[in-house]
Structures are given as structure tokens and as C-alpha cells.
Design a protein around this ligand. Sequence first.
Ligand SMILES: C[S@@+](CC[C@H](N)C(=O)[O-])C[C@H]1O[C@@H](n2cnc3c(N)ncnc32)[C@H](O)[C@@H]1O
Length: 308
Amino acid sequence: MVISEIRTDIETVEKNISLWKEINFASRIAALDFLEFHVIDRLDGLCQQANPPAELLALQQAAEQLKNQLEAIDIALFRRLREAIRQGRCSGAALLHLIDTYVGRCSGGRQAQQQIGYDNLDLFTNSLFDGQTLPQETIEREPQMVHYQKTPARVILDLIERAQFTEKDVFYDLGSGLGQVSLLVHLLSGVTANGVEVEPAYCAYANACAADLNVPNVSFIQADARTANYATGTVFFLYTPFEGQLLQDVLNRLRAESQRRHIRIFTYGPCTRPVSRQSWLTAIGQTGVGNELYKLAHFVSAPVVVGS
Ligand SMILES: C[S@@+](CC[C@H](N)C(=O)[O-])C[C@H]1O[C@@H](n2cnc3c(N)ncnc32)[C@H](O)[C@@H]1O
């Protein structure tokens, strides 16, 4: 009974020809999830019994093989996309169109959210950027330094849409982690994009990604955001990289920059609340505080008075 149920599950996936078409990335993710958690996990449990029947072992092998074949489609897809990016054939509108075609912009971009959430768009961007093994942290964080967690990709798309970058802009992701925000912002908008990251291993990883994708206008600076050089920055993004006095110290640095030129700040997550209390910043649209903490917020500094 169990064996025939599992066989039917495997055959259903095998016979779904749409899964074998590269374009159907989202259905493939669902099928791979089903294989992994419904079929293979179940088979692994059953095969752990003493002397499992040969039929079960054969099904286990078939399920693994099917999973590998489906994964191979995505491996080839992302290898090809990375090569197209390297050669400058996949950026701006072309990359956005590709994202729309393969995965859509996904839900929730502009909706109120109480907590962080990832979707298929993140699986797509992870596969696009993560060619290497994730690095181990090498330094001990101070208590007010927040650990690494990536910004959902739909939030980055929202940022790009709302920032309306011009060629005069220079973007900074403060606490840039593995670099995905700056990479995606640059690839989709063309703006020069930097990241400031205190953890050397993350910073090296992000720079290696930028070099691998051949994007010279993206760079990651290994520094504490309290002391980094922001002389060129016009648009800053913070996905709650630090809190308390450390956050205030960095905001004081940005305030000093705003007295030299007009700057814009985008925030995401709990840091939005303290940023919204800065008297030198004005919120554009909804701030994302209250019950919309996990919503992108946008602030601008006052215009600089020439000659003052
Ligand atoms: C919530 S993660 C955001 C990562 C990245 N912005 C993204 O969305 O993919 C916060 C990052 O800030 C970094 N960080 C924490 N304190 C920092 C500091 N004082 N200066 C620079 N980076 C810091 C952490 O190492 C971590 O990678």
C-alpha cells in the first residue's frame, strides 16, 4: 500500500512534462519540495528498518535520481544567466523581464507585514548570486550589531522602483552582509552601488561575487559603519544592521553628510522606528512603523541651503 502510494507520487512528478521546461522555475521548486519532504524523507524513514524490501530501495534511488535531474535544469539555467550577466547581456530591463518571466515579482511587496518573509523570488536571486559556500563569521559582534539576515528580494525591487536613481546617485547598503542588495540594485538600475560590512568574511564573499559577475561598479568595503567614508553616498539602505547607540552614531554620520548634500535613506525592519524619530529627516509616504514594520520606509534629508 505505502509502496504503491510512493510509486504513484514519483510517477506523478516524472510525468509532469511542464517541470522539464526550464521556464517553469516555480513549479519545479514546488515539485522538488514535494520530492524532498514528502517522498524522499518518507523513503529514508522506511529504508532505515532492518532489511528494507528491494522495491523500497529501488524507489529511493529513483526519487533521488529524479530530484537530481530536476535540480540539474536549474543549475544549467543559473550558470547560463551568470554568464549572460558577466558578458553584460543581462541587466536593467532585460533582467527585470527575465525575473518576471521566471518567477514574477511575488506577493507582499507593498502590503503591510508584521514579519520578514521570503518567497520564490528569493530562491531565484539566491541561485543567481550564491555560487560559493557560505562563509563562517570570523569576528565577534558587539551586542548592538545585528547578525546577518538577507533582505527579501521583493523589498529590493520596491526600493529600486521608489528610489528612481539618476546617474548622480551613489547607493550604500549599510551592513551589506553577502552583498545581494547592492548587486541587485546595481544590476537592475545601473547605479554605482557600495556595501559597508564589518564582518571580513562576508565582505570578501560579496566582493568575490561582484568579481565573478564582472560588475566593476559594485564594491564592498570592510569597515565598521560608524567609521566608514560616505563622501560619495546619496542613497542609503539599512535593513536593521545595528541598534541603540550604534545606530544613532551612524545616523549622526549621515546627518553630517546631509549638511553637504541632499541624501535619502531607505529602511526595513525595526530600525525604521528610531530613524523615523530623527528630526532632520522627513518620511516620504508611510513610514512602516506601527504594524507595518516589515515594509520599506523612505526618508529624505532637508535640502542643502547653498552658501549657508
Ligand atoms: C540584517 S543583516 C543585513 C544584510 C544585508 N543588508 C542584506 O540585506 O542582505 C545586518 C548586517 O550588518 C552587519 N553589521 C552589523 N554591525 C555592523 C557595523 N557596525 N558596521 C558594518 N556592518 C555591520 C552584520 O554583520 C550583518 O551582515
